[in-house]
Design a protein around this ligand. Sequence first.
Ligand SMILES: *[C@@H]1O[C@H](CO)[C@@H](O)[C@H](O)[C@H]1NC(C)=O
Ligand SMILES: *[C@@H]1O[C@H](CO)[C@@H](O)[C@H](O)[C@H]1NC(C)=O
Ligand SMILES: *[C@@H]1O[C@H](CO)[C@@H](O)[C@H](O)[C@H]1NC(C)=O
Length: 506
Amino acid sequence: MTLRRRFRLAKMVGTRRISKRQHTSFYFVLTFLLLFICILFIEVFFVEENNPMEFSIFERLGWKKDTNKEIVLPPHVARELARVITDAVQEDLDVIVNLYYDAVVDETGALGNKNVDHWQPVRGTKDKFLVFSAYYDDRRVQLIRVIAAARTRNADKVMCKFWFADGYSSTTVPAFNKLIQENWNLKYSAYFVLCPLSKALPSVPERVSIITSENAEITNWLVVHNNKQNVTSPHGIAVCVKPVHYDYNKLLSFIEFIELNKIFGVEHFILYNDTIGRDVACVMRQYMANGIMSVLPWKLDMVSQKEIRTEGLFAALNDCLYRTMYRFRFVLMIDFDEFIVPHKSDSLTEMLEVVAKNKPLKTGAYSFQNSFFYLQWPSDAKSRSLPLRLITLEKTVRKLKFHPHKQRSKCIVLPERVVEMGNHFVWEFLPGRAMANVHSDIGFLHHYRICEFGGNDCINTTSRVDRRIYRWKDQLVQAVQTRLKDWEFICNFFAVSADKKTSLLL
Ligand SMILES: *[C@@H]1O[C@H](CO)[C@@H](O)[C@H](O)[C@H]1NC(C)=O
Ligand SMILES: *[C@@H]1O[C@H](CO)[C@@H](O)[C@H](O)[C@H]1NC(C)=O
Ligand SMILES: *[C@@H]1O[C@H](CO)[C@@H](O)[C@H](O)[C@H]1NC(C)=O
């Protein structure tokens, strides 16, 4: 079993590297984690929802378990863990943290990544051809929609091999490659590989493999997600972000992004892991353990910006569209430096209720205009007394003029009504659905960044002060502080340098 192997590995690392005192600490932590993991297994696999047993087990062990599936360490355990962890050396800490979180079952039910979608090759093609995930889509015709990346021009013809449950034998059908339109004229593009499903099939396939010929070697094996089957009606709001790259490690901005969106009413975040810095990765694992975040591996074997646009972001955005479909009612497609901010309502939830009253059947997505809050502009004097330097509270000067819709605008989509997603607008809706442009009085995109054309020329553009975010100031500051405090020890944020703490908490 993977878990057991990991334990052995962790033990080996422990034996080799750790001095005597740390050695003891390391085993203490391992024992503690083993206990924790056991409890997690019990909870996930053996305890039924609302079983009165569940509470007695948790209560006796002192665990707090709330209705959001959130598992919180009791204070005395957290304190003990913190004490031991500060003693352990950094590398061992990383082993421990990884060990701990690999055991956390993610929302797809997969343990230790076995069933989690990831990029897999198609063998026998003339050029790179990779596949990531597969979704059952019966909105117009019945098909399996595979998220892929392949040559922009003359992509290889491929076939879909369906695998069924219940011992039905596999079937192969020719596929159709549908180019995802935004490709910036690079060698490779994101694609939908469409596998038609005939009525004669025994059921929706459980898995699909993309192959070049009937008897080709199977080099990929995708779970067919059938969200529709499992969800009664979509509800709530999710956020999708393009692949996280360049060892992204802006700890404070990241927590600010998550917490402010949560205050706005967002329930789940879907992220893609190209490369992530250490502190942010640790925080992500905490959010994953709380069930509000999914982080999918994103190791796409193509050179970003030379071969494919920004780590294949269009594949990620469209994967996210289908991943959230039937599960969430509204989905935001934004970056970490962008916030869709309601300017009349207290939350996105409230704002969307209001805008959804207008043309409820026709609307497939809402577009929000972009406004730059250039980082070069001076920080708000009001932010000086804050205990944390949060960008949305510091930067309150914005460019007066909004960009028109479709230029740098971002969308909130109703996934069931969308076929193909772009970065700033929707490329294809289902028939009869269309974009609704939301007026900037109601809400718009706050975009916190440096001048977009380099240099400092942008700072002379006409601007105005916009303190809208101060509406949520106390909540936001408190939420971020709580997260930092809760996770300071488990993530050992300040291990690398003491200065880091000072600069972070200034
Ligand atoms: C639907 O849910 C069941 C159990 O809840 C799970 O076993 C199955 O894999 C899910 N189906 C799909 C296609 O996601
Ligand atoms: C990101 O991917 C790397 C492997 O490429 C993995 O080691 C790391 O744990 C992942 N981080 C998260 C937060 O998923
Ligand atoms: C902005 O305008 C001022 C006054 O017109 C000028 O002195 C300054 O050089 C300008 N700054 C930039 C970065 O263009």
